[in-house]
Design a protein around this ligand. Structure first.
Ligand SMILES: *Cc1c(COP(=O)(O)O)cnc(C)c1O
Length: 493
């Protein structure tokens, strides 16, 4: 677990292991005269000696990186309850399929006739996402959720321009993910934050007041929101927006909670991104790769990015025939490997499997919620779906904060939940177990959380000093951010 600490000295950098003359492998002596590279290549393209390359043996390299790899925590190791991130197990069959030679070795510049299978795969994934969302058309291009948001907001801007309108404002609830305002601003809008109700949902009176100004382009709303709470008046909300000529952008990052149960198309969404790397189990973490397809309503179909995948008379083709398109948002086919994995996941679960996936995610979150609600405070105690947001209010008396609880969880062998998000919950601990885990793992996590709640009361210093079992203990996170040391430098001797 987590590379438990031993009396061994801490792992040094590979550079610091260097010992002059030690080598991993050496080529046999040349049997032909050496060629001087500068005789054939321009000097500007030649690389000199790399200074400071570590001199290490093969076993040094293997052991160094194997030890480092054991410091990782992954969804293959245990529960990964990082809320909003939907850290699901990626079934191995997805990897098998993405690695098939006919798929993995395609070249993005191959002519359409040679990649009919790849185009068919994309077309089928689009059809599946149309079925899941209940919306008429989908683009697979965007490379992440945030990228999908940008594509969606650009389509909304283009549609408004087409109507000769220059609306500036995008309304965003205070519970929103930070990418929402960032994407709106990138697309050229100004954002207005709107306060949630005491139940953590949209305040329709506030919304209506803003809409009366006539300058609102869209509302960006996450359904269910980042508190795991479903917006009960989403249909009415869409109606209010449409009545005033504004659009509904739906952040679909939490789609894992309602596949096969509810349909954004029926809720009135105009654009919705889907994080394939969340709901459809493709791997994520460390910044990518991901895929953030966007589904749009009829009102935005003309503005979809080109090319779109079309099926014409049994043949698949990439069509650029979309005069009002916002253009390309990603090169070639998008993150094709992610599309393969997502389709594999969708096909292996099927309609019923996808529905029980969402039911399992909601059940797991509510099981954790019920078992821990006496130990950790809930600011919003209405019904929630796939995630539950506790906070550190009960621990405040002993000075234990959410970060201490998260660090102590490391000692018990779990990845911590998301912390301090959503911003409207002070000291938040946002837990999203997903459906990937069974009751044994959930119970083990709950037991650890309960033990920490007791420790926080009886021995707060213990919790505040955690973690004790990891290769490094508490880091100075502020200093790490302000004075990052990103590359090794030889210390002058
Ligand atoms: C993850 C997430 C996003 C951003 O998606 P990326 O794929 O990480 O760009 C946006 N909104 C919510 C609610 C999310 O959870």
């Amino acid at each position: 677990m987590n590379g438990s600490r031993t009396l061994r000295e801490p792992e040094r950098l590979i550079f610091e292991r260097s010992s002059q003359g030690r080598v991993g492998y050496q080529l046999p002596a040349l049997e032909v005269p050496p060629v001087d590279p500068s005789a054939t290549l321009p000097a500007a393209l030649l690389r000199g000696e790399i200074e400071g390359m570590p001199e290490v043996s093969e076993v040094d390299v293997v052991r160094h990186f194997t030890r480092l790899s054991k410091w990782n925590y992954s969804v293959d190791e245990g529960l990964y309850p990082l809320g909003s991130c939907t850290m699901k197990y990626n079934p191995r069959i997805n990897e098998e399929l993405a690695r098939l030679a006919g798929i993995a070795q395609l070249h993005p510049l191959q002519p359409e006739d040679q990649v009919q299978g790849a185009l068919a795969l994309m077309w089928e994934l689009e059809q599946a996402l149309v079925a899941v969302t209940g919306m008429p058309k989908v683009t697979l291009q965007p490379a992440a959720g945030a990228h999908g948001e940008l594509a969606g907001m650009l389509m909304i801007r283009k549609a408004l321009m087409d109507r000769g309108e220059h609306r500036k404002l995008v309304l965003i609830p205070d519970s929103a993910h930070g990418t929402n305002p960032a994407s709106a601003v990138f697309a050229g809008f100004e954002t207005v934050e709107i306060a949630s109700t005491a139940q953590g949902t949209l305040d329709l009176a506030v919304l209506a007041r803003h809409l009366d100004g006539g300058d609102v382009a869209a509302l960006m709303v996450t359904v269910p929101n980042t508190l795991g709470v479903f917006e009960p008046e989403i249909v009415k909300t869409a109606g209010l927006l449409h009545e005033k000529g504004a659009y509904l952008y739906m952040d679909g990052a939490n789609l894992n909670s309602f596949v096969g149960i509810a349909y954004p198309g029926k809720m009135g969404a105009d654009a919705l991104h889907i994080n394939l790397h969340k709901t459809f189990s493709t791997p994520h973490g460390g910044g990518g790769p991901g895929a953030g397809p966007v589904a749009v309503s009829q009102a935005l179909v003309s503005y979809l990015p080109v090319p779109t995948v079309e099926k014409v008379g049994g043949r698949y083709t990439l069509s650029y025939d979309r005069p009002k398109s916002i253009g390309k948002v990603r090169g070639f086919y998008g993150n094709f490997g992610m599309l393969v994995r997502a389709l594999a996941y969708i096909r292996s679960l099927g309609r019923d499997g996808l529905k029980s996936m969402s039911e399992g995610a909601v059940l797991n979150a509510n099981y954790i919620r019920k078992r821990l609600e006496g130990d950790y405070h809930l600011q919003y105690d209405g019904p929630s779906l796939h995630e539950v947001v506790f906070d550190d209010t009960f621990q405040a008396a002993s000075g234990v904060k959410n970060v201490d609880i998260a660090k102590r969880l490391l000692d018990y062998g779990f990845h911590p939940p998301t912390m301090s998000f959503p911003l409207i919950v002070h000291g938040a601990l946002m837990i999203e177990p997903t459906e990937s885990d069974g009751i044994d793992e959930l119970d083990a996590f709950i037991a650890a959380m309960k033990t920490i709640a007791v420790e926080a009361k009886e021995n707060p210093e213990l919790v505040k000093g955690a973690p004790y079992t990891t290769p490094v203990a508490r880091l100075d996170e502020v200093r790490a951010a302000r004075q990052p040391v990103l590359r090794w430098q030889r210390t002058k001797s």
